[in-house]
Write a protein that binds this ligand. Structure first.
Ligand code: SF4
Length: 901
């Protein structure tokens, strides 16, 4: 359809509002309460317009277009009313613009200039009960400046779903407040900063940027978040060589103007005084400062010695899920072309190795099949083994939106997570009983004819075998194994099977088991059975952990593949890389992380090169890992902070951090996005790429200059699935692989060819209980995971101001019933003991934990949870069983209990 605005004919879509069409076409209509992320409110009355043959002056943000509509945006009547509205707002607003943190970034200020209106010449009347609130580490609330547009209330409700704010009182006393005027810390607020971002004036500002300057003083650098695999787009605000704030990138196809607390506020770790700033070499038992020349010469000499004495089999290298693709690629190239080993791995081994192995067998590729944005349009979502509101908060917003618009949400998780509260069907299954649940759902789906017969029988191999296996899992039997009611299993099966399309999301609740690969294959079976692969708004969606764990795997940071999952045991692949790198790629598949650790303990691996990894916190049975690492002849550690591992390292190399490094990350939906250098690194820290290339040169091989763009171009040349991705093309938005040619738009969802050219494979699997179950000596089951405020080892979040104020310590979460039967109090310090070690932590009573199951994260070096966990391995992917081990809890003599936060 067409409408005319101010004499210009414009095309419009049904459902558009007049304001949307105007903004899309660069036509300015003043507004204050409008935010494209929100339902229009029409409350500020500034976007009023005159429309021919329409009575009154409608708010253009709420006015739907109709064909032939003629709109005038700046008539005399309209302008007179706008002027009055602005005057009224100014009369109710403190006139301290020069001292306001929003100066230069205030919509009311802009409008006052636009309409030439001064503050009224009389004293400002103070609003009662609206004094500045400064009750949390991140957000300053000064409601004297509030214009009551309610954008903060609406974004907290409509986008974040926290509903922490509302308008209270009436008339002059009306103000924004939490329930009962509680502090934000005592409200449902998750400190995501959406309210600050949407506030059009200075009523809400970021506390950490206060005093650094006005909006126009900052340099804005577009980059990608450093924390999780969602890969939200953001601008770093830089002043005087410091990152002083972060703002969301509203045009990011991934995050669309959203960030979580980590992205928004855990950005200043590069400036922390604990940063490594100079190379360190261990002499006489102590790490001592050294020049780069000394440190690199030392490493090269020792590596050459070990190579000469024991050959490449004596080396292992672990690259990093939080370093750039370019750094990971050069690391992989170094290990293969300079050292001559395929024993290279990354921390995906401990999180999504079963995804890579399991989905490669069933579907043909081990990555998230669909895109984050598609989740919002999925009619049904099964979230199994994923606490995504804490681990992938911005992605979880898409799931929330889907539920808001009527999607069914089935949540299967032993813990009653926040997501469970949103669920249409919540299945609190026992830890480690995912396969029986999935088999039970498939049993019902087949029995009731809810499967996609044509897809399951014609486009997949092994349907009869699957049918035979799931026939052994009637809901009654599954109920016994899982602890779920049979009706719940049937309801979930029907909900999933009847949905026109359904997406499955999972994270480490599925993969971190001794049967992790089987769990993943079982998920793929359910998706294939219902024809939910190779279609939009559906799919199998493993949510990847760290910011570049997808990229670390894509770059060949695994012992069996090179870039883009080209197989090491394929002679043609080896020949291609051998020619490009000027070396012979060894034909033997290398050792997995967990295998390599054992070889270190046996003295067969003598040198470990670590880039951005802290295995003493992340490895299962961490005491044993420490024991193995102690045996190394050469431990080279390259990182931003010393962490736990520096205590054992022979050489520590200071690397530049996120914010100081150019390159790319690949997010969980396979999107390659830019990260950019915005600040100068501290001291002598150097980019990982430079360090690797320098070391290679001293080992006698030139593997490149380390320049980020040049390195990416080399990756693209050697990787067919990424050949079409270049820095020029991902300047603003990134591209999803496969992207094979310069005009390929990238791939939104994988496996469309399963409907035409290729077949998938059912891999039926049976239930296997966790390797270690509670008994009389260790009567509780410990399951582990992540928390909202920290990420991974906490290397970045612990070094960001304010985060530890909100989440200062590890907690063991337990059901109050367990606490009472153990005779302990909420908030009391307790000892958690397993067969492998013990940790002292504070008890936190919560009904999120089922009776008999306790929960801990692994974010705190002071209480390293992984000394407790069980090293039982998934034989197919080599991942340990982090998610289940038997423990007991003992009282310890400590000062008084303090309630856990
Ligand atoms: Fe960063 Fe992940 Fe939060 Fe996005 S969801 S802001 S990527 S931590």
């Amino acid at each position: 359809m067409e409408i005319t605005i101010d004499g210009v004919r414009l095309s419009a879509q049904p459902g558009d509002t007049v304001l949307q069409v105007a903004l899309r076409n660069g036509i300015h209509i003043p507004n204050l309460c409008y935010d494209q992320r929100l339902e229009p409110a029409g409350s500020c009355r500034l976007c009023i317009v005159e429309i021919e043959r329409v009575r009154g002056l409608p708010a253009s943000c709420c006015m739907p277009v109709s064909d032939g509509m003629v709109v005038h945006t700046h008539t005399e009547r309209v302008e007179a009313i706008r002027r009055t509205v602005i005057k009224l707002l100014l009369s109710d607003h403190p006139n301290d613009c020069l001292r306001c943190e929003a100066n230069g970034d205030c919509r009311l200020q802009e409008l006052a200039y636009e309409y030439g209106i001064d503050f009224p010449d009389r004293p400002y009347a103070k609003h009662p009960n609206a004094d500045q609130e400064d009750d949390n580490p991140f957000i300053v609330r000064d409601y004297q400046k509030c214009i009551l547009c309610a954008r903060c209330v609406r974004i907290c409700d409509e986008v974040q779903g926290a509903s922490a704010l509302s308008i209270v009182a009436r008339g002059f006393e009306a103000r924004i407040a939490t329930f009962g005027d509680a502090s934000l810390m005592d409200s449902p607020c998750v400190l995501c900063g959406h309210c600050v971002d949407t506030c059009p004036v200075g009523a809400l500002v970021d506390k950490k940027r206060v005093g650094y300057g006005r909006a126009h003083d900052f340099r804005r650098v577009l980059t990608t978040c450093s924390h999780c695999g969602v890969g939200c787009g953001m601008f770093l605000l830089v002043r005087h060589g410091r990152i002083v704030a972060v703002e969301p990138h509203h045009a990011s196809p991934v995050s669309r103007g959203s960030l979580c607390v980590k992205g928004r506020y855990a950005y200043d770790f590069p400036h922390h005084p604990d940063r490594l700033t100079t190379p360190l070499v261990r002499r006489n038992g102590e790490l001592e400062p050294a020049t780069w020349d000394e440190a690199l010469e030392y490493v090269a000499t020792r590596m050459k010695q070990i190579l000469a004495e024991s050959g490449p089999g004596a080396f292992a290298g672990w690259c990093s899920s939080c370093c750039t693709n370019e750094a990971n690629y050069l690391f992989v190239k170094f290990m293969r072309a300079v050292i001559g080993t395929n024993t290279v791995d990354n921390c995906a081994r401990n999180c999504h190795a079963p995804t890579v192995a399991g989905l490669a067998t069933t579907l043909g590729a081990g990555a998230m099949t669909n895109s984050i944005a598609e989740l919002q349009n999925a009619p049904c979502i099964l979230a199994i083994g994923t606490n995504m509101t804490e681990t992938h908060p911005v992605l979880a917003l898409r799931v929330r939106q889907a539920v808001r618009t009527g999607a069914k949400l089935i949540v299967a998780d032993p813990r009653r997570t926040e997501l469970a509260d949103l669920a249409t069907t919540y299945l609190p299954l026992r830890v480690g009983t995912d396969i029986p649940l999935l088999n039970g759902m498939m049993h019902v789906i087949i029995k009731e004819g809810l499967y996609h017969e044509q897809f399951a029988t014609e486009r997949c191999e092994g349907f009869e075998e699957l049918k035979a296996v799931v026939a052994e899992y009637p809901p009654e039997r599954v109920a016994e194994i899982t602890g779920l009611p049979a009706e719940g299993i049937i309801t979930a099966a029907r909900g999933f099977g009847e949905a026109e399309r359904a997406a499955i999301c999972y994270t480490m609740g599925i993969t971190q088991h001794a049967c992790g690969t089987d769990n993943v294959q079982s998920i793929a079976n359910l998706a294939l059975l219902t024809g939910n692969v190779g279609r939009e708004n559906a799919g199998v969606n493993p949510l990847r952990g760290q910011s570049n764990v997808q990229g670390a795997c894509d770059m060949g940071g695994l012992p069996n593949v090179l870039t883009g999952y080209q197989k090491v045991d394929d002679p043609a692949v080896r020949a291609k890389f051998g020619e490009a790198w000027g070396c012979d790629i060894p034909p033997e598949i290398g050792l997995q992380h967990t295998e390599a650790i054992l070889k270190m303990g046996e003295g067969q691996i003598r040198c470990l090169y670590l880039m951005g990894e802290q295995p003493l916190l992340t490895d299962v049975d961490a005491n044993h890992a420490r024991h193995c690492l102690e045996k190394l002849d050469l431990l080279v550690m390259q990182d931003n902070f010393p962490g736990e591992t520096s205590a054992l390292a022979h050489v520590v190399l200071p690397a530049t951090s996120w914010g100081e490094t150019d390159g790319t990350f690949t997010n969980t939906e396979r999107r390659v996005q830019r990260v950019r250098r915005a600040i100068v690194p501290p001291g002598e820290a150097q980019p990982d790429t430079w360090i690797i290339c320098e070391l290679a040169r001293r080992m006698g091989k030139d593997i490149g200059s380390g320049d980020a763009k040049e390195t990416w171009d080399e990756i693209a040349r050697l990787t067919p699935t990424m050949a079409g991705i270049s820095y020029e093309r991902i300047e603003h938005a990134g591209l999803q692989w496969p992207c094979r040619t310069p005009d390929d738009p990238g791939t939104k969802f994988l496996h469309a060819d399963l409907w035409t050219d290729r077949k998938a494979k059912f891999m039926p699997v049976h239930h296997q209980p966790p390797a270690e179950l509670p008994d009389d000596e260790y009567p509780l089951l410990l399951t582990t995971g992540r928390r909202l405020f920290h990420y991974h080892t906490g290397m970045r979040t612990h070094h960001s101001q304010g985060i530890d104020d909100v989440a200062p310590e590890e907690l063991v979460e337990m059901n109050p019933q367990d606490g009472e039967s153990l005779g302990i109090e909420d908030g009391e310090m307790v000892k958690v003991v397993s067969r492998r070690g013990e940790v002292t932590v504070r008890a936190a009573f919560t009904r999120r934990s089922p009776v008999g199951t306790v929960f801990m994260s692994f974010h705190f070096r002071e209480s390293p949870t992984n000394v407790l966990t069980n090293p039982a391995l998934d034989p197919k992917a080599g991942i340990p069983e982090f998610k289940a081990c038997a423990v007991r809890i003992e009282k310890v003599e400590t000062p008084e209990a303090v309630p856990a936060t």
